[in-house]
Write a protein that binds this ligand. Structure first.
Ligand SMILES: Cc1cc2nc3c(=O)[nH]c(=O)nc-3n(C[C@H](O)[C@H](O)[C@H](O)COP(=O)(O)OP(=O)(O)OC[C@H]3O[C@@H](n4cnc5c(N)ncnc54)[C@H](O)[C@@H]3O)c2cc1C
Length: 414
């Protein structure tokens, strides 16, 4: 076991940190002001494209795409990508600058892994080039969508087309001005076994019948420019060639998509927790109450120490999960992926909460990035599957596994 990054990764870390220092941190406030000005609703921040061009020119582009995708990939393993995603996570919107942001990353992986050459040419290429953006369209308002076998939107064959009818909500990016395609999951084969009824199909956003019914808020924020939206699909017709992998293969795709997507979120959460810890430590050392610096108070030191321990634990678990994905594949690594999806956002939410408390009133404002880190990690505990669902599956798996092991005599009296 080696806890050192390779020379290649150390070089990339240095390059990425230099880029963040030169081009991202200085414009963080500018970005914030733009996206929170209601006259700019659903508009892209004007400096985004120039920053993307810079990142691309420096080779800091599509770093997320695992090495197994050959010509499409810059060749990093998940383990190598982890510290880079962590750095990007420190400024959540910055991952778009490097073409490494959700939900595009997961959608690109789906198209790279399962897309036909025509689908790759039409959709994957422009996504990889950062010319367009995308949405993943799964969750529905009328059913508990944490159990995706409940999904009801229909995708039914009709001549040379499929026709889609149904409702969706919480769809990130649907309003983004550059969002051109939706990857939609729905039911095609209702008489099949539960896990082979659903399909995933490509729907261009401007297809007639696709309607954005309303924008949804997260703790009061519209999350412009991508937003979260409720959608209706009313007799939406797309060619049969838009089906990904085949009818009834939607679960296979969702599983393949969500594994890497989940761990990327966790890597970024760790970056947010780390930054919150740094910011709160500086504040504690610069603020005097009752004749003492806050940093001299034992309770504050404990908050900082505990946060450090929890971040280190989550980071090591994330790296272990990434390493297992690289060595044995996403299926074998699924328990560790579930574990980290539960651990990392909860940890980052807790660390951010401590950071808020240390900042006093300022903590709940957007004068520091910490309040946003708290809300972001709070909703991450729902997005890509609620904590309880991951724990339920993980618990079931572990009980099965430990029951298959030999019990030792002193472990229970007959
Ligand atoms: C900010 C945000 C962005 C999102 N982006 C997208 C997106 O881009 N595309 C998309 O398709 N979806 C998206 N979602 C939706 C998200 O994936 C779902 O909200 C999530 O999967 C849960 O589904 P649900 O809301 O239907 O909750 P439900 O399925 O109704 O579950 C509600 C609660 O029930 C509990 N529960 C469920 N199962 C169990 C269990 N087995 N044991 C114990 N308790 C359980 C959990 O506490 C859970 O939170 C997003 C959500 C948010 C908040």
């Amino acid at each position: 076991m080696n806890f050192e990054h390779s020379d290649k990764v150390k070089e990339l870390i240095a390059k990425l940190e230099a880029f963040m220092d030169a081009h991202i941190y200085p414009v963080e406030r500018d970005y914030y002001d733009f996206v929170h000005d209601h006259s700019n609703l659903w508009k892209e921040w004007p400096k985004m494209e120039a920053l993307k061009d810079k990142a691309k020119a420096e080779g800091l582009w599509n770093l997320f795409l695992p090495h197994e995708y050959g010509e499409f990939s810059p060749g990093l393993t998940n383990l190598e990508y982890a510290p880079l995603a962590e750095i990007m996570g420190r400024v959540p919107w910055s991952s778009q600058v490097f073409n490494c942001s959700a939900p595009d990353t997961g959608n690109m992986e789906v198209l790279a892994r399962y897309g036909t050459p025509e689908q790759q040419k039409r959709w994957l290429r422009p996504l990889l080039n950062g010319e367009i953006r995308s949405a993943y369209v799964m969750t529905e308002p009328q059913v508990a969508s944490s159990d995706a076998t409940n999904l009801e939107l229909t995708i039914l064959p009709d001549g040379d087309d499929y026709v889609l009818n149904g409702r969706k909500w919480w769809i990130s990016n649907a309003r983004h001005p550059r969002c051109d395609l939706f990857l939609v999951m729905g039911k095609t084969l209702p008489n099949n076994p539960r896990h082979s009824q659903h399909s995933t199909i490509i729907v261009p956003r401007d297809t007639p019948g696709v309607k954005i019914v309303r924008s949804q808020t997260i703790f009061g924020s519209l999350n412009s420019p991508g937003g979260e939206s409720e959608l209706r699909f009313e007799n939406v017709r797309v060619p049969k060639a838009n089906m990904i992998l085949g009818e009834g293969r939607g679960f296979e795709i969702a599983q393949g998509r969500l594994g890497p997507g989940r761990i990327h979120h966790c890597m970024r959460s760790i970056g947010q927790a780390q930054r919150a810890l740094e910011v709160m430590s500086r504040r504690a050392d610069n603020r005097v109450a009752f004749g003492k610096k806050l940093s001299d108070q034992s309770s504050i030191r404990q908050d900082v120490a505990r946060s450090f321990c929890e971040i280190e634990m989550a980071r090591l678990l994330t790296l272990k999960a990434a390493d297992q994905m690289d060595r044995y594949g996403n299926k074998v690594a699924k328990d560790l992926i579930a574990a980290i999806k539960v651990v990392a956002p909860q940890m980052a939410q807790t660390v951010a909460d401590r950071g808020i408390q240390i900042h006093g009133g300022m903590g709940v404002s957007d004068d520091t990035p910490i309040a946003y880190f708290l809300t972001l990690n709070r909703y991450l505990r729902l997005a890509d599957g609620p904590d309880e669902v991951h724990m339920s599956q993980l618990g079931k798996q572990k009980i099965r596994e430990y029951n298959a092991m030999k019990a030792r005599p002193a472990e229970s009296r007959p």
